[in-house]
Design a protein around this ligand. Structure first.
Ligand SMILES: *[C@@H]1O[C@H](CO)[C@@H](O)[C@H](O)[C@H]1NC(C)=O
Ligand SMILES: *[C@@H]1O[C@H](CO)[C@@H](O)[C@H](O)[C@H]1NC(C)=O
Ligand SMILES: CC(=O)N[C@H]1CO[C@H](CO)[C@@H](O)[C@@H]1O
Length: 332
């Protein structure tokens, strides 16, 4: 039952960790974060089994990241595992795991970003039911409405979709979150074309999404930026030592011209000198433009990434030792 589950979860959240507050410390950028990835794995098997198709995040690694200065965790999961149908009730176990992660993170004064890793799709099809999408967000946001450190990410990387539909889905998500009574939290819309920063203007995202309306005025536009030739984040090599800052320039101008704020919700490069130089240059650029950029969130960590080139899982992921020590001073 929808209302029963929502009520139980909300009660649990409220009693376990009442009103988490931000841990204040001096920072060059508001958010220094990591993508936690694994609960969206095995997407061809729905719902799939915990520990077989997918995995939640090791809470002790959260402490290890916080000890490095991180304060933002972008939590990847699948919509279909949370609600078997778009407007259906929330699955108790999957919601329980998501809530456990969120409560743990926010009890430490860090931010937790709720991020359906769905690319604007549900059960294999592009979501066209904007009213249903609003209901989905209203149901999910109701659970977390009293936790100020939750950030709502409308959806991961819309792509190959009608631009007006991407606008409408983002607006529906904003309306659903606010209708749930979640009025204090940030919402982060994403764009079409995989939400790339480098294509934010050329893709048409800028012209369209500038018109999103939030009555609370707490939108943070989320863009992703990889540093390989095609910007896909599938190569260890970076194009040049300045490619990150170059790929951010047009989007930065758009944010400033339109008095908006943004976050780089995914970025990464391989463990090599050119990528480290490019990362430093790009993060320095973000810091110099911290009037519009709130921060950056590394792709990725999680228990199942193994020797994946961008894996920052403590302490075995190649990027934990190979990247993190070189970049953290750009955030702190
Ligand atoms: C998912 O899609 C398949 C066909 O692609 C359909 O048979 C099934 O009913 C759908 N499930 C839901 C919950 O909508
Ligand atoms: C997490 O999911 C597992 C498997 O579905 C379930 O047994 C467990 O109770 C869930 N944890 C919480 C805190 O809800
Ligand atoms: C660039 C990158 O690592 N993308 C990954 C995003 O997440 C999906 C699902 O977890 C992966 O399949 C991609 O490789």
């Amino acid at each position: 039952m929808l209302f029963k589950n929502l009520f139980a979860a909300a009660t649990l959240a409220a009693t376990a960790f009442a009103a988490p507050t931000e841990k204040r410390q001096s920072r060059k950028l508001k958010w220094f974060g990591i993508n936690e990835s694994g609960a969206e794995f095995g997407e061809t098997v729905i719902p799939g089994a915990y520990g077989t198709q997918y995995i939640w995040y090791d809470l002790k690694t959260i402490d290890q990241f916080i000890a490095q200065g991180m304060n933002m965790f972008r939590l990847n999961f699948l919509m279909e595992r949370l609600t078997p149908t778009l407007t259906g009730s929330l699955d108790k176990a999957y919601l329980g795991n998501l809530t456990e992660q969120i409560n743990y993170i926010t009890s430490k004064g860090a931010y937790a970003m709720i991020q359906p890793h769905n690319y604007g799709r549900f059960n294999g099809s592009i979501i066209t039911d904007t009213a249903g999408f609003k209901t989905w967000w209203q149901n999910v946001a109701a659970v977390y409405k009293d936790n100020d450190l939750v950030v709502f990410d409308t959806n991961n990387e819309y792509h190959d979709m009608d631009q007006q539909l991407v606008f409408d889905l983002n607006q529906a998500a904003i309306d659903g979150v606010r209708a749930a009574g979640a009025v204090s939290q940030y919402i982060t819309p994403e764009g079409n074309s995989w939400s790339g920063a480098w294509t934010w203007i050329s893709s048409g995202n800028g012209a369209s999404l500038v018109n999103l309306k939030d009555p609370q005025n707490k939108l943070v536009y989320q863009m992703h930026q990889y540093l390989d030739t095609d910007g896909s984040g599938t190569h260890a090599e970076c194009v040049s030592a300045t490619i990150f800052s170059e790929r951010l320039q047009a989007a930065t101008k758009w944010l400033k011209d339109n008095k908006k704020q943004g976050v780089i919700g995914e970025f990464a490069g391989g463990v090599n000198d050119q990528c480290v130089a490019a990362l430093k240059d790009g993060l320095d650029y973000l810091g110099k433009n911290s009037d519009v950029w709130l921060g950056g969130i590394w792709w990725a960590a999680g228990p199942w990434w193994g020797d994946y080139m961008y894996n920052m899982e403590p302490t075995s992921g190649p990027a934990w030792a190979g990247i993190l020590p070189s970049i953290k001073s750009y955030f702190l």
